[in-house]
Design a protein around this ligand. Structure first.
Ligand code: GAL
Length: 685
């Protein structure tokens, strides 16, 4: 067992920046008293402290950090120690300009901001190796150290001459010959053929911006470079501190109102292989005006489940806010009860921590108004502080759940490269691709019915699932196709949709209608994919009901498949819209049109019943009350969470025991606005 696995109970705490307060020993002293009062047992330190740790090149100051370790050891607390590459010292950017990134228009950036170093720069790599080695040597054996937090929220790309060389090497290594490259990227189009490797530059608006295969490979390259840099950072840590696990904090993105998903820029599926434990920074926009609380909760749940699925082991919430963020257009505080509810939701989906950004609010600059456990008033009487304190106390009551796992029978497939290709392709409706939103619509069906659902990549194992959902899986590699085939042949149930399997791994359109393997699995042949205008709708008849289509209608022909639903209008006539095919021992469903959540719910009801996927503890689900379950040894823990502004009723099959109130719970229960219960029962009930 590594050091983190040995920790008893959940980690509660977060980013702590004493390096911003070194001239205020009174404040530093007060911090620890307030941490004790709010049941904080963990601090994440040094995330952006390189300027303090190495104020001049080769001159180090660890005294303030030693003090943090001493303080945490005295209270049997835990330290998550960051490597500081997320924010380098100013002297370094000045002396070695190559550490600064170059943007896609060729501008070399000067010092400032953060998360903006060049991943290729040998000097940056050398400096990172040096500081990481010193940290590992100094704190590797320290009893308080439980985890390495490598850098911070890796992201972005660099176009400098060094990265251009790396890019050329990467492409050359992949394709070996220019001929193969010219074919893979379809470069006969618009006279794009290469005749010399030296002609190869990264894609950019100044040059190649329409070569889809190149864009796809650039995404892959940026991911690989980021992972390579991370691995370089980790080397001395693994060598000097083999029993301290290593993570880096993954991100989610909310680029447009209502869109909240794991970061799409880096292939986290691939990246996760190099992490000992997954961690991520969770900042949902609660109480917004564009969706209900339950919808925000569903999307947050989806992200938790996707991060859970990367290793199918407990993950960590590395950052969350106890109240508001500072980077939104409008930065709204969490309303009473939401901190508790949203934090328990993290645990419910498999987190072994609730960590915050940050423990003490900054006095100046960008994040001075970001929520923190200890506000500018330094008070233990603030609403936020009390929320954290109450949650900390409750978290202690359920500490036996740390490490508990989940048993999941349904999985949705999300592939980063398929998503890159889907969003890159021209044609169809540009604003209506909405790939992840559609995955979330399928996910919502299960979330609302309290059925756990993983979100996996196609590189993962499928065989443990009963139901595999792969809508809009635009790019399907040959090996994935074979895996899907095996899954269905062996008895699995598969659901897919319009837009699946249109291109190959180089984003070239599959010829001959559709890959033969997919035609066999689904028993259909694809014809046209019709794009609808905003507001334009046609209809599908399914199970004697009419449903409206939006954005896309796939026209097809059923060969072996049974037609479950057909179009009723437009030029499609009564052609098939929803089909089911028996393939080997399994079943493959194809949903040809984009349909509403109502349709999706009706559609899956039958499948859920056939496969016996329903929640065996919940008698009747309430779509705004989520039930999520973790398992530990002989016990099962059901988290019951009301994501609505009203009291709700929910019915269970059996009585159980609420760990938070220490009371028995009957089968029919009323749960308050934003209420949470953690119900415990013995396994095999
Ligand atoms: C994260 C970042 C933190 C802090 C936080 C504010 O993305 O890792 O350092 O800036 O956002 O919400």
């Amino acid at each position: 067992m590594n050091k983190l696995e040995l920790v008893k109970g959940f980690l509660h705490g977060g980013d702590y920046n004493p390096d911003q307060w070194l001239k205020r020993p009174d404040i530093l002293e007060q911090d620890y008293q307030l941490m004790d009062q709010s049941e904080i047992n963990t601090v994440t330190v040094g995330v952006f402290a390189w300027g303090r740790l190495e104020p001049e090149e080769g001159i180090y100051d660890f005294a303030w950090l030693d003090n943090v370790f001493d303080k945490m050891n005295r209270r049997n607390g835990h330290v998550i120690l960051a490597t500081p590459s997320g924010g380098r010292p100013r002297w370094m950017s000045q002396k070695y300009p190559e550490v600064n990134r170059v943007d896609s228009e060729g501008h070399r950036h000067t010092h400032g901001f953060r998360h903006n170093h060049c991943y290729s720069s040998p000097i940056y790599r050398e400096k990172v190796h040096e500081i990481n080695t010193r940290l590992a040597e100094r704190y590797g054996d320290n009893p308080a150290l439980v985890l390495w937090h490598v850098s911070n929220e890796y992201s972005g790309e660099c176009y400098c001459p060094l990265c251009q060389i790396k890019w050329r090497e990467w492409v050359q290594h992949k394709y070996k010959t220019l001929d193969a490259l010219n074919d893979a990227w379809c470069l006969s189009v618009w006279s794009g053929l290469y005749s010399d490797w030296a002609e190869l530059l990264p894609p950019s608006l100044l040059g190649d911006s329409k070569v889809h295969g190149m864009d796809l490979d650039w995404h892959r390259f940026v991911s690989d470079m980021t992972i390579d840099f991370y691995q370089h950072e980790v080397q001395p840590l693994k060598k000097l501190t083999p029993n301290i696990p290593v993570t880096t904090n993954f991100m989610a993105e909310s680029l447009k109102e209502g869109r909240y998903t794991p970061l799409t820029g880096l292939d986290y599926g691939k990246f996760s292989k190099s992490l000992d434990i997954i961690s991520w920074d969770s900042y949902p926009s609660w109480h917004n005006r564009y969706e209900t609380t339950a919808e925000t909760a569903m999307k947050t749940a989806y992200i938790h489940d996707q991060f859970w699925s990367l290793k199918q082991r407990p993950f960590l919430i590395m950052e969350s806010t106890p109240s508001c963020v500072n980077w939104g257009q409008y930065n709204k505080a969490k309303q009473p009860g939401m901190h508790r509810l949203s934090s328990f939701q993290q645990i419910a989906h498999g987190s072994d921590s609730t960590l915050y950004f940050q423990i003490r609010q900054a006095q100046g600059n960008s994040e001075k108004y970001h929520g923190a456990v200890i506000g500018h008033d330094g008070s233990s009487n603030s609403r936020v502080f009390k929320d954290v304190q109450q949650y900390g106390r409750e978290l202690k009551k359920i500490s036996e759940i740390k490490g508990a796992i989940k048993h999941v029978k349904v999985a949705i497939i999300f592939d980063w490269d398929s998503n890159w290709a889907l969003n890159r392709g021209g044609g169809f409706g540009r604003p209506t691709r909405l790939g992840i939103q559609m995955l979330q619509k399928h996910y919502a069906n299960f979330w609302r019915k309290d059925i756990e659902c993983d979100v996996i990549t196609s590189n993962m194992e499928f065989s443990q699932y009963d139901l595999l959902i792969a809508p809009m899986l635009y790019l399907i590699r040959q090996d994935t196709m074979e895996k899907i085939k095996k899954f269905v042949k062996n008895g699995g149930t598969l659901v897919s949709s319009y837009f699946s399997g249109l291109v190959d791994s180089n984003d070239r359109v599959n010829l001959g209608g559709w890959p033969k393997t997919l035609q066999d699995i689904f028993g259909i042949e694809l014809k046209e994919l019709d794009t609808l205008l905003p507001g334009e709708h046609y209809h599908v008849s399914f199970n004697q009901k009419q449903y409206e289509t939006t954005d896309y209608d796939q026209i097809m022909r059923a060969n072996n498949a049974l037609v479950l639903g057909h179009y009723t209008d437009n030029f499609y006539g009564e052609t098939p819209a929803i089909t089911r095919n028996q393939y080997g021992k399994g079943t493959a469903y194809y949903v040809g049109a984009r349909l509403s959540l109502k349709f999706i719910e009706d559609f899956y009801d039958d499948i859920i019943q056939k496969l016996g996927l329903g929640n065996s503890f919940v008698k009747s689900s309430n779509p705004v009350v989520s039930v999520q379950t973790r398992y530990n040894g002989d016990y099962v823990y059901h988290f019951v969470m009301n994501f609505s502004e009203k009291k709700q009723m929910i019915e269970f099959q059996r009585p159980s025991f609420d760990m938070l109130t220490q009371r028995e719970v009957m089968t029919s229960v009323q749960i308050d606005k934003y209420g949470v219960m953690v119900l415990k029962e013995r396994k095999n009930n």
